[in-house]
Design a protein around this ligand. Structure first.
Ligand code: AMP
Length: 281
């Protein structure tokens, strides 16, 4: 694996690979890698011959009140894990490399920005789309892999790629979970031991909703009260939202169907976690 910090050097490396006819797969991340990230590498390797992973904690997508300064980092561990999983090029630019001057342009979503994560985190998705635009322009991948765990992000990136004619295919890969159901996340490292136990309440609530759906419940009001009662059973959990949404628009629905998505965001102590499941899957 080659580790590259400079944009120009990365472009040169990728141009060499492309000249030999290789398809380029790309996995953008903020690092502190876990098995969820590495499952995206597996997906990229199935679809491309050269896999590029980026690790960049993007300041633009954090509000001043959020966890940018304490976001977990482990450069050595990340290099070892990505190399062992078969990443070919690890791109680890510094903030000055990505944002060398005051920005004059940003990419702002029109759809979806005022719902769910967009409401709770104003400006977050403009930060995401701006950095993803830069990364896609730098890497120019044939295929880029995102995780289902951040479903709204994946949908917005797909919308951007369609609306603005980016060349990359966008693939959304399933959520990887701990044995007890908790969706893997770099932010899980913030959790105190007791909070880590409580944190399973997100997936327990979603699984309870999915079980109710499988038993035939289609009324979203009822599904949400099922999920809410699981969440309410755990002390110290503050719900940001719990909803059942249409997979194409993420608008709330009244009657659930196989492809409806149950989504939750909640805070446990100082840690904010999100998760979702497809009800019929
Ligand atoms: P992050 O480093 O949190 O920005 O995540 C980088 C990519 O990994 C995003 O596409 C996430 O959706 C994806 N990802 C994060 N956690 C998981 C998980 N548990 N399973 C699958 N993909 C994930």
């Amino acid at each position: 694996m080659r580790t590259v910090e400079r944009i120009a050097e990365l472009r040169a490396e990728i141009a060499r690979a492309r000249a030999t006819g290789k398809r380029i797969g790309f996995v953008p991340t903020m690092g502190f890698l876990h098995d969820g990230h590495l499952s995206l590498v597996d997906e990229a390797k199935r679809r491309a011959q050269l896999v590029v992973m980026s690790i960049f904690v993007n300041p633009l997508q954090f509000a001043p009140t959020e966890d940018l300064s304490r976001y977990p980092r482990d450069a050595a561990g990340d290099a070892a894990k990505s190399s062992a999983r078969g990443v070919d090029i690890l791109f680890t630019p510094g903030v000055d490399e990505m944002y060398p001057r005051e920005r004059r342009v940003e990419v702002v979503p029109r759809a979806l920005h005022s719902r769910w994560e967009g409401t709770v985190r104003p400006g977050h998705f403009a930060g995401v789309l701006t950095v993803v635009t830069k990364l896609l322009n730098i890497v120019q991948p044939d295929v880029t892999i995102f995780g289902q765990k951040d479903i709204q992000q994946a949908m917005l990136v797909r919308a951007m790629v369609e609306d603005l004619d980016f060349a990359s295919e966008i693939v959304v890969a399933p959520t990887t979970r701990e044995a007890d159901g908790l969706a893997m996340s770099s932010r899980n490292s913030y959790l105190e031991p007791a909070e880590r136990v409580s944190a399973t309440v997100l997936s327990r609530a979603l699984f309870a909703m999915r079980d109710a759906f499988r038993r035939g419940e289609r009324r979203v009001e009822s599904l949400i009260s099922t999920g809410r009662s699981v969440l309410d059973g755990e002390r110290g959990v503050v719900i940001d939202y719990l909803t059942v949404a249409d997979p194409a628009t993420l608008e709330p629905v009244e009657d659930a169907s196989e492809d409806s998505i149950a989504m939750v965001a909640a805070r446990i102590g100082k840690t904010r976690l999100i998760d979702n499941v497809v009800l019929g899957r």
